[in-house]
Design a binder for this molecule. Structure first.
Ligand code: ADP
Ligand code: MG
Length: 345
């Protein structure tokens, strides 16, 4: 047996990148979540070749100070948590400090940012700075021009990582994954404007507005028109959003959006509760459409289960389960279709 040795940071990053950045859509998710965490109101997204050639995000968030720019690409470097207590109540989408490091280790990346000091009356730095990294090898920051916020470009994701590259699907499939990812984030942030381009062609432009407007643009007018507004609370739990009308059953789960504290999740407890609530009102091999938001005490939900954070673990999953069924059944009972058959649990 060879002697034990510590892996280089670069190798550690590449290995971890396989977990965090499974495909272009997951890299894009890291970028967009950072922009949202930075308080952006306007996000411009440009993709080429399904994101494999280029992922570009232009935001108007708070930016990154020059001194922090290189750190941003470092593993376990984050401005979002500093202690175990913070971890227990994490309110931002990111917190592990590994998103950018992972993406940077498997691509050529350029990060340009102009810092706005929001704690100091919005004082802006004199100009922007840019760092570039080539598969984790970083160059020193250089002065750059940018009016506001952060622009990040990720080129050739996985092109030099053959073991990963071969798992990428066609550009069209990778784009579809990116688009689905963008939709989730756009539904959770209707007050933020999103523009999406792919291969130089405009795909979407969603102006800032409310949930109904955003859901109409993404899930469909019909969904919003026939949907049932939900707003139910119990203790520190609140469920709000739009429950699709039982008459609007879908053949797939594509129109099922569920968010916990603003984060899209796919969770067994949630799925089971929603299926139960719809069971008596929906044709049995149809899937409900919904766009629902559960707000709860961050300490009651562990979002630290997996790096990509689509899974969560509820501390009191039984209570959540009952709350979801009760709230949703109540809302569905308001529709005429539901009223006849719904029995309250
Ligand atoms: P995390 O989001 O978990 O903190 P990341 O590696 O994704 O880790 O980002 C590292 C840090 O870089 C963030 O904590 C944040 O301070 C900064 N950052 C990254 N992207 C942006 C952005 N678009 N705007 C402002 N700050 C950013
Ligand atoms: Mg992040």
């Amino acid at each position: 047996m060879p002697r034990i040795q510590l892996l280089s940071d670069h190798l550690v990053n590449q290995i971890a990148a396989g977990e965090v950045v499974e495909r272009p859509a997951s890299a894009l998710k890291e970028l967009l979540e950072n922009s949202l965490d930075a308080g952006s109101q306007n996000l411009q997204i440009e993709l080429q070749a399904g994101g494999t050639k280029l992922l570009k995000v232009i935001d108007d968030g708070c930016g990154i100070a020059k001194e922090d720019l290189a750190l941003a690409l470092h593993r376990h470097a984050t401005s979002k948590i500093a202690s175990m207590e913070d971890l227990a109540r994490v309110a931002t989408l990111g917190f592990r400090g590994e998103g950018l490091a992972s993406v940077a280790s498997v691509s050529r990346l350029s990060l340009t940012s102009r810092f706005t000091d929001r704690d100091n009356g919005g004082q802006m730095s004199a100009h922007a700075w840019r760092v570039e990294a080539d598969h984790g090898r970083m160059l020193d920051p250089e002065p750059a021009a940018l009016a506001i916020g952060t622009t990040i470009e990720v080129h050739d994701l996985y092109h030099q990582v053959p073991a990963r590259k071969k798992f990428l699907k066609s550009d069209a499939t990778e784009y579809a994954h990116c688009a689905a990812m963008i939709e989730r984030l756009a539904l959770a942030n209707p007050n933020v404007q999103f523009t999406v381009m792919h291969n130089g062609r405009a795909q979407h432009r969603w102006m800032a507005g409310d949930l109904a407007k955003r859901a109409a643009a993404i899930i469909g007018d019909e969904f919003v028109k026939t949907g049932i507004p939900v707003d139910e609370g119990f203790g520190n739990l609140r469920l709000h959003g739009i429950a699709g009308s039982p008459t609007l059953g879908k053949s797939s789960r594509d129109a099922q959006f569920f968010f916990v504290n603003g984060r899209f999740v796919r969770d067994k407890v949630v799925q089971h509760a929603l299926r139960e609530a719809y069971r008596d009102v929906l044709h049995h091999n149809m899937h409900a459409a919904f766009c629902l938001f559960l707000e709860m005490d961050p300490e009651g939900v562990d979002v630290n289960v997996h790096p990509t954070k689509i899974e969560v673990r509820f501390r009191e999953s039984q209570a959540i389960y009952r709350f979801l069924i009760t709230s949703l059944s109540k809302a569905l009972a308001k529709t005429t279709a539901g009223a006849a058959t719904q029995d309250t649990p």
